[in-house]
Design a protein around this ligand. Structure first.
Ligand SMILES: Nc1ncnc2c1ncn2[C@@H]1O[C@H](COP(=O)(O)OP(=O)(O)OP(=O)(O)O)[C@@H](O)[C@H]1O
Ligand SMILES: [Mg+2]
Length: 417
């Protein structure tokens, strides 16, 4: 963990809001959120920067708000990245073990990992995380720690998560424009998982869906490891848009109605005629209006969830997740979304929000803070290794060495889970 009382900062640059969180780790190793700032996003769409000046202003606003709330000064931060350019590939690599008695040593593991890290991706992409999925010892799969085992062959399967360099640079530059250094970039699906999934869920098998305003980030865990991630360019803004067009009302009014009245639970349909959704002036009686709202929202959410389902089915994971689905992100607050998702996926569904932290009530158990809190949780684990490394290792200055070290520390972080 970072030194006690040392601040760590995470910035979640979302489609609808930018959140800056300032946290520390207390003496009981619990993450404490000391300050938070939230601003409406501008210049950001579906996880991508579309106007760098507007985006950096939104980011600065949230940073300044967080600084004021805790009287701390932010000079560097961990930032989240998402968008449909984020993808992954698996890499399998094997070596012979030639040590006395064929005992696997740490040096064998290091050699193997450094070979496996030579993933070839196209020049316009860069690797963001390299996570160990499993070790395979003489064909035996699912080994977490092979050191000390006896074997003729040792293999490792890595999950390399990568993204488009120019799009990542746009995010980085919109933060740097405010003279804020970048400590590291973290894929948002990984961060949100860190904040809301339990160790038991990750071990048994679980799908996380972070449904935000412009993107739906997916992460699948099995045997404690992330085995799949994807970001779809669909989110709650599409629902609001449909309400706006379908009921012929402005976007902001549609947003308000969605949050207050929309409910996609089938059982809710029966009660529709008893609900008054306000003062919308259209030529319909109240019941017709409610049914129209139900149909508009229901159609869009079903479509969104089916899109995610098709993507996951393509990778054959559906039958390997006994813990089912965990929904987080702002759109998980849509009433009735859990039973609807459960019927579509035919899996148990729960709503997830940041837990196991100390901080203001608006942050704890609020799914719009999942990515922000997860950035801090993930960063804590990365910095844990930095502190350990300071004992025997000096910080490298050149970029290659830094990148390589980041790669190793991410692997160690993943191993420690
Ligand atoms: N009570 C609610 N009911 C329905 N939808 C809600 C509710 N509260 C928030 N939302 C929706 O959640 C979405 C915003 O979620 P979130 O803050 O997680 O997105 P974001 O992080 O800004 O965007 P993204 O991650 O997609 O880039 C908006 O579409 C908003 O309308
Ligand atoms: Mg988000």
């Amino acid at each position: 963990m970072p030194a006690k009382d040392e601040n760590i900062v995470g910035i979640d640059i979302g489609t609808t809001k930018v959140i800056t969180l300032i946290g520390t780790v207390d003496k009981n190793n619990v993450l404490r959120i000391k300050g938070s700032g939230i601003s409406g996003s501008k210049g950001i769409k579906k996880g991508l920067i579309i106007d760098i000046n507007e985006a950096s202003r939104s980011i600065l606003e949230s940073i300044e708000m967080a600084e004021k709330s805790t009287k701390a000064f932010v000079d560097s931060a961990y930032i989240g990245v998402t968008g449909k350019h984020i993808s992954f590939l698996s890499n399998l690599c094997e070596i012979d073990i030639n040590s006395p008695n064929n005992i696997i040593r740490k040096s064998d593991v290091d050699r193997l990992i450094s070979m496996a890290n030579r993933v070839s991706i196209s020049p316009e992409h860069e690797i963001i995380h390299t996570l160990i999925k499993q070790f395979i010892v003489d064909g035996e799969k699912g080994i977490i720690d092979p050191i000390g085992l006896s074997a003729g062959k040792l293999a490792v399967e890595l999950l390399a998560i990568y993204g488009t360099t120019s799009l990542i640079n746009n995010i980085v530059n919109s933060v740097k424009a405010n003279k804020i250094g970048i400590k590291d970039i973290i894929v948002e699906a990984l961060a949100s998982s860190e904040a809301v999934l339990t160790p038991e869920e990750k071990e048994s098998g679980v799908i996380l869906l972070d449904i935000g305003g412009g993107t739906t980030d997916v992460a699948i865990y099995k045997n404690k490891k992330m085995v799949f991630t994807h970001s779809l360019p669909v989110g709650g803004d599409l629902i609001t848009n449909d309400i706006s067009i379908g009921l012929n009302i402005p976007f902001l009014r549609a947003e308000e109605i969605k949050k207050k009245f929309a409910n996609v639970d089938y059982n809710f349909y029966d009660t529709l005629n008893r609900i008054n959704i306000g003062d919308i002036k259209i030529d319909s009686n109240r019941t017709t209006l409610n049914i129209r709202l139900y149909n508009i929202v229901n159609c869009r959410v079903k479509e969104l969830l089916n899109l995610v389902k098709e993507k996951i089915e393509g990778y054959d994971f559906m039958h390997r997740v006994p813990c089912g689905l965990v929904l987080t992100g702002g759109t998980s607050l849509l009433k009735g979304i859990a039973p609807l998702a459960s019927s579509i996926f035919n899996l148990p569904v729960r709503l997830g929000a940041p837990y196991d932290i100390d901080g203001p009530p608006e942050v704890i158990n609020n799914p719009i803070y999942s990515t922000g809190v997860g950035l801090l949780k993930y960063a804590c684990q990365l910095e844990n290794y930095v502190n350990i490394s300071q004992i025997g290792e000096k910080k490298e200055k050149n970029n290659f060495a830094r990148k390589f070290r980041e790669f190793i520390l991410k692997i160690l972080k993943n191993e420690s889970r």
